[in-house]
Design a protein around this ligand. Structure first.
Ligand code: PGA
Length: 249
């Protein structure tokens, strides 16, 4: 069984004071817990990354970005490179989140290029896949996830360089989640898709994301092939995010 990773995607939330308070609270809990049974990753919005990095220094918490550009530098106004994230102390970066795919029209090809840039900068790429409600209702969940995954994996992907996050689009921020059986089937399919493509696929961590909260975390984290959670809303409340970690057993 893989060690669980609990990742907090703060999205576009967190002014300096809030970010510092939340990160400080979690850092104290993680440090105070001795040797927690799970890894914890904070992905604040870009302007707060430096501050959060300083706040959690030495705590054992990991730091990540929410997106990066495919190029290491250059004329891309408003964008952030993977190298810049690494320079701020990030070890991870989320790529291909459905909100990026929807709001910015990101394709699998672009996500793969971003993931490749992440690996090039020494970061772990957290690659997101997931079906829309329409696709789910049409029975296309496994096809969509398999296709997105195959198209979004960068060259050089291995268990130490990529994490996969399965996030059904219809479950994000809605309070709805798939059944644990459905989560198990999709994660197993993702594991199978990885097996055909990278060595040691059983060691790749596959996170579930979409309305994870303290009340459903234990049952979701107990599903086979679920190696952690990517958490949005509940990662903004220290008690809730910590409880999700604690649910890893
Ligand atoms: P949610 O978001 O936990 O608020 O549903 C998850 C995500 O989008 O990563």
């Amino acid at each position: 069984m893989n060690r669980k990773l609990i990742a907090g995607n703060w999205k576009m939330n967190g002014l300096s004071a809030e970010a510092e308070a939340l990160a400080g609270d979690l850092a104290r809990r993680y440090r105070g817990a001795g040797a927690p049974a799970f890894d914890m990753l904070l992905c604040p919005p870009a302007p707060a990354i430096g501050l959060v990095g300083r706040t959690i220094a030495g705590s054992g918490l990991a730091l990540g970005g929410q997106d990066c550009h495919a190029d290491p530098k250059g004329a891309h106004t408003g964008d952030i490179s993977a190298e810049m994230l690494g320079d701020l102390g990030c070890s991870h970066v989320i790529v291909g989140h459905s909100e990026r795919r929807q709001d910015h029209g990101e394709t699998d090809e672009q996500v793969a290029a971003k993931a490749a840039a992440a690996l090039g900068a020494g970061l772990i790429a957290v690659i997101c896949v997931g079906e829309t409600l329409e696709e789910r209702d049409a029975g296309e969940t496994l096809d969509v996830c398999g296709r997105q995954l195959a198209g979004s994996l960068p060259p050089g992907a291995n268990p130490d360089t990529v994490v996969i996050a399965y996030e059904p689009v219809w479950a994000i921020g809605t309070g709805r989640t798939p059944t644990v059986d459905d989560v198990g089937v999709t994660h197993s399919h993702i594991r199978g898709t990885l097996s055909g493509r990278i060595a040691g696929a059983e060691r790749v961590r596959i996170l579930y994301g979409g309305s994870v909260k303290p009340s459903n975390a234990a049952e979701l984290m107990a599903v086979a092939n679920v190696d952690g959670a990517l958490v949005g809303g509940a990662s903004l409340v220290a008690d809730d995010f910590w409880a999700i970690g604690a649910a890893c057993g």
